[in-house]
Design a protein around this ligand. Structure first.
Ligand code: HPA
Length: 246
């Protein structure tokens, strides 16, 4: 008995390319397919988690929403890696800036993903696992970012389970964002650590690329137009990385 279709993805392994780009928002996936890919077919619509496969510069590439948070991307990435023969997942998302080195509109590449989630507990490890991006994706992505002259920072991000925290009663220096920033963490988002762990466990490859939509320490945020421009930069970077990898 094949493991597909699943309760979340009604498709076959042939429907997906070896590389899947994953924005959080399924309508973002549709936008990417319509604006960056050719010969697009829709491959999933279960729970409106839209997925598409098309061609980028002659090579098949898929794009599918991940939903928000580690449980959601945990489900979709597990199924894509283990049941749909996907080799590479590149998350493309937004993140909130934490480090002073990161400016809004920057592109951040998540070399590592710290987390406050318990997702790792399922692996019963006798120590602390360090969720990291795959070098095979990170290396071409970093070179391409340099070639494209993007304002780009590469380092740790935080994959948080909490968007609306309850830190206000604490003194500023003890608030979660400040503590992670003190450790050099560049930005916060909510998915990459689960993606990196699932990739590691499945022997597959993963990378997270983000645009900085707001800054949690300086309070700056981007306009809709700025968000669109940095989104386009990030997408070109992700798609060229997809071309560069097996
Ligand atoms: N927190 C978590 N994820 C995010 C944020 C944030 O502030 N901004 C963009 N993605």
């Amino acid at each position: 008995m094949p493991n597909y279709p699943t309760p979340h993805i009604k498709a076959t392994p042939q429907d997906f390319a070896k590389t899947v780009l994953m924005p959080g928002d399924p309508l973002r996936a549709k936008f990417i397919a319509e604006n960056f890919l050719e010969n697009v077919t829709q491959v999933n619509s279960v729970r409106n988690m839209l997925g598409f496969t098309g061609i980028y510069k002659g090579k098949p590439v898929s794009v599918m929403g991940s939903g928000m948070g580690m449980p959601s991307i945990g489900i979709y990435s597990y199924e894509l890696y283990n049941f749909f023969d996907v080799e590479n997942i590149i998350r493309v998302g937004t993140a909130g800036g934490l480090s002073e080195k990161v400016k809004i509109r920057d592109v951040v590449i998540g070399m590592g993903a710290c987390t406050n989630s318990n997702f790792v507990k399922q692996f019963h490890l006798p120590g602390d696992f360090a969720p990291t991006a795959s070098w095979e994706l990170l290396e071409p992505c970093a070179s391409l970012a340099k070639e494209m002259k993007l304002s780009c920072k590469i380092g740790n991000v935080l994959s948080s389970d909490v968007f609306y925290g309850d830190d206000e009663a604490l003194p500023p220096e003890l608030r979660s964002n400040a503590l992670w920033a003190k450790m050099g963490v560049l930005a916060v988002e909510m998915e990459s650590a689960a993606l990196y762990m699932n990739a590691a466990r499945a022997g597959k490859k993963a990378l997270g690329i983000f645009t900085v939509s707001d800054h949690l320490i300086t309070g700056e945020s981007t306009t809709a137009e700025e968000r669109q421009n940095s989104f386009t930069d990030m997408m070109q970077l992700a798609l060229e990385t997809a071309l560069a990898v097996e």
